[in-house]
Design a protein around this ligand. Sequence first.
Ligand SMILES: [Zn+2]
Length: 269
Amino acid sequence: MTLRIIAFGAHPDDCELAAGGVAAKWAAAGHKVKFVATTNGDVGHFATAGGPLALRRMSEVKRCAELLGITTQVLDIHDGELMPTLENRRTIARLIRDWQADVVLCHRNNDYHPDHRYTGILVEDAAVLVCAPFFVPDTLPCTKNPVFLYYGDDFQKPCPFEPHIVVGTDEVIDKKRGCIELMPSQFADKDSWLGRYLPGVPDDDEGRKNYIREWLIDRGAAAANKYRAQLVARYGEAQGNAIKYAEAFEVCQYGAQPTAAELNELFPR
Ligand SMILES: [Zn+2]
């Protein structure tokens, strides 16, 4: 059976970082994956902003989508201004319905960035409505309730992330590296967010690009170590201990509630 997965991230880089590995694995197995950035990313830079930055970021995620073998879309909502409005709830519900998603991914709603939080809230708010025939009746309802899951994060309050499924991404780590390299406005420019704020970033262009890329890749290694027990449980002792990079996801309580075996089938190994 071909699975249909839709992932929502607040900015044109969030889906790629949180789920680029699992997306590449799903796509390689013939499943259909779509990334949606709920804002156009037109603010998160120290030297440029507005339309030119939004266009640059859209072209960056389009190239990432080609690399991953998936579809991508960027909503034309200003960076830093996403709100949990009825209009946006309808937009998110339409996107999930149009995609006839089996699996929906999003941020948790405790997160440092309001666009991340509200993306999480909008997806949660749409969850109860995607099967309702008379909500946004210009789109067909989902024929079955999707499974909604959150990306991994390190926020502790009011509750820490607790993964239900962990996916080893070693086989596709070069695709994730490639995505990071395809987003210089996010991860290579001197005036990008991390170029400005990440401690220890080298001053030269090549050094900075490599440093930021590997810092981001190391987060996948941290996840593999943090959730080592789940990796061993899923992949067995030898393979589970050998996995270097991983992405983790927590089931949201608002959509379909899969058993552990069903979840294991939904996600690539
Ligand atoms: Zn973001």
